[in-house]
Design a protein around this ligand. Structure first.
Ligand code: FE2
Ligand code: FE2
Length: 299
């Protein structure tokens, strides 16, 4: 069985938001933070070949990681024109909003488990169901299953606050084609490709997202208060979408993703293909890097 190290608390709500999570501090460059935090998340995976594939993909796509860090740093260094801000929030959202395809992958897994009832050993059927259960845990906070505010609502609040308080950023006119393409590719790995491919995409997404949120939190707080003119209280409210995700939430999702993979492989008998996984990991970094580089170029 694939094992993971201890999981972080994943039950944070908006009310847990504290200033310390978004306050600026003496910090290393964004690129270094992305690398450090991704390594920290990926270390939870004890399946050595797959963990090595994640770490190697990260090294091989260093240019993409650098482009991502530079994009956030540039965007968060000034008050750009309203349309540039709308384009940023409209496009960025397409790269991070994937709860629906996580649930779609869970549906596929439970369908496979149902079809195994009476045909496979009970233990194997149970393992596949448990794989689907772990996917549900990845999406719990996004969907507000503990009574929390839906994460879509928190993103809406943030993006709208920083785009002249209208919600035009939601128009597809502000979404870069590369961002739409990224989302459609990520969804297709979970909804159309073999289930195991969707799980590879989940691993890299949850580990990456942890790093992105950790890196951008202090930058967003400084930008909100120094460039966009919000009070500290207003900034904390506007940035709740960021603070509910950092401090361990996404690392916890990575841990659930590892367990989902482990249960699924045990139950289905599908083997891990590290070459196929590497191709998904690298493509994820390249496509995300391309979106963020295009956003920088348009500022
Ligand atoms: Fe979320
Ligand atoms: Fe997540």
């Amino acid at each position: 069985m694939l094992a993971i190290k201890t999981e972080s608390d994943t039950s944070k709500t908006e009310s847990d938001t504290s200033q310390s999570q978004v306050l600026p501090a003496c910090r290393p460059a964004g690129e270094q933070i992305l690398f450090r935090e991704m390594r920290d998340a990926f270390e939870q995976l004890e399946h050595v070949p797959l963990r090595d594939a994640l770490l190697e993909s990260l090294e091989l796509e260093r240019e993409s990681i650098r482009a991502i860090a530079e994009s956030f740093t540039t965007f968060l260094s000034a008050k750009h024109e309203p349309d540039a801000r709308r384009r940023f929030f409209g496009s960025w959202q397409r790269t991070n909003n994937s709860a629906m395809s996580v649930e779609g992958l869970a549906n596929r897994m439970t369908l496979e488990a149902e079809s195994g009832v009476g045909r496979l050993d009970t233990e194997r059927v149970l393992s596949i169901f448990r794989g689907g259960g772990r996917l549900n845990r990845v999406a719990d906070e996004d969907l507000g299953v503990g009574g929390q505010v839906l994460h879509f609502e928190l993103y809406y609040r943030m993006a709208t606050e920083f785009t002249e308080r209208d919600d035009q950023w939601q128009s597809r006119a502000y979404c870069l084609p590369a961002a739409a393409e990224f989302k459609s590719w990520l969804d297709s790995t979970r909804l159309r490709d073999p289930v195991i491919t969707g799980l590879y995409s989940l691993l890299v997404h949850e580990g990456y997202t942890h790093a992105e949120l950790e890196m951008i939190a202090p930058l967003f707080y400084s930008w909100a208060t120094e460039d966009m003119g919000l009070s500290e209280k207003e900034a904390r409210r506007a940035l709740a979408w960021i603070s509910v995700h950092n401090g361990g939430t996404e690392k916890g999702h990575f841990a659930h993703s590892c367990l989902s993979l482990s249960h699924y492989c045990e139950g289905s008998g599908v083997a891990i293909d590290t070459a196929a996984a590497t191709s998904i990991f690298r493509k994820y970094f390249r496509m995300k890097g391309d979106v963020m580089a295009q956003l920088s170029a348009l500022l």
